[in-house]
Design a binder for this molecule. Structure first.
Ligand code: CP
Length: 324
């Protein structure tokens, strides 16, 4: 693997390797000194053309825990406002000696273009592009699901075969939904999408999942219910139900959560809009993994960086924590 552009590019073995490597990284995070020397002397640039809290900070934490030199770039305040192109921006950064570029961009396909254009030699990791893909989000979601549903140690080498995951909300604009459908299918899970008809993408019948318009009908057969934020910034008000109507039909409250099987979990990639897709009661309940997903994101991003940039070196093995 030279780049990570789409969850659809990962085979089952690629994905399980990343999840298993992330388990090793999670053990490093539990140590008093949370650093590995694996990427010492390597430079990673975080190239963010769209806002982010979790993904940007999580990649930066992952890079620093692997001892990489980190450069943070945000389009706001850069020469992008003067009309500089993605190509020129990327080549400017590479001229300073960059080994990997983590890119978030509002245009679907921007990371693919960067990885395949020949503009730069650095490894490219997609941190979210338009409505297309967010592969490290899907990986951290799968990691969280495997830990919760199978267990950290029992989960090693395992996929999510037979697990039932329901993804609810604004599927139309969601790169998280697309990445999760691809990865969860590859890992053997059964995915059901639930959304108002106006927020279901054209062509969804070709995706490897089911579609339902009723959340209430699928709750009792879900091992996990993943709530999505409604991305108002990407939509026209004309095709969106009112907030009240949306919360009534597609929001997850305590009454609906009680219909889920006892060990089923509630997930959210963040940022959450409390009161709309999820009530505070559900968001703050022990069944909700939203904060755990953020913690797990650092380990998963460490694993991806390690496998892309340092995977042929034995640094992680040398630093493998002793069995407890
Ligand atoms: N889940 C996610 O991508 O969050 P941010 O937009 O805060 O990075």
């Amino acid at each position: 693997m030279r780049h990570l552009i789409s969850a659809a590019d990962l085979t089952r073995d690629d994905a399980v390797l990343i999840l298993d490597t992330a388990e090793e990284m999670a053990r490093v995070a539990d140590r008093p000194i949370k650093k590995l020397p694996t990427l010492r002397g390597r430079t990673v640039v975080n190239l963010f053309f769209e806002d982010s809290t979790r993904t940007r900070i999580s990649f930066e934490a992952a890079e620093k825990r692997l001892s990489a030199d980190v450069i943070n770039f945000t389009a706001k305040g850069s020469s992008v406002s003067k009309g500089e192109s993605l190509k020129d921006t990327a080549q400017t950064l590479e001229a300073m000696g960059v080994d990997a570029v983590v890119i978030r961009h509002g245009a679907s396909g921007a990371p693919f273009r960067l990885a395949t254009s020949g503009w730069i030699d650095a490894a490219v990791i997609n941190a979210g592009d338009g409505t297309h893909q967010h592969p490290t989000q899907a990986l951290l979601d799968a990691f969280t699901l495997r830990r919760r549903l199978v267990g950290p140690d029992a989960g090693l080498g395992q996929d999510l075969a037979g697990r039932r995951v329901t993804v609810v909300g604004d599927i139309l604009h969601s790169r998280v939904a697309r990445s999760n459908v691809d990865l969860l299918h590859t890992l053997g899970a059964h995915v059901t999408l639930v959304a108002p008809p106006t927020l279901v993408p054209v062509g969804v019948e070709n995706w490897p999942c089911e579609v339902s318009y009723s959340l209430d009908k699928v709750l009792d057969r879900s091992d996990a219910v993943m709530m999505l934020r409604v991305q108002r910034e990407r939509m026209n008000a004309a095709y969106f139900p009112t907030e009240r109507e949306y919360a009534r039909r597609y929001g997850l409250d305590g009454e609906r959560m009680a219909k889920m099987p006892g060990d089923a979990v509630v997930m959210h990639p963040g940022p959450m809009v409390r009161g709309m897709e999820i009530t505070a009661e559900v968001a703050d309940s022990p069944r909700c993994t939203a904060v755990e997903q953020v913690t797990n994101g650092v380990s998963v991003r460490m694993a991806v960086l390690y496998l892309l940039l340092g995977g042929n070196e034995p640094a992680v093995a040398q630093n493998r924590p002793a069995p407890a």
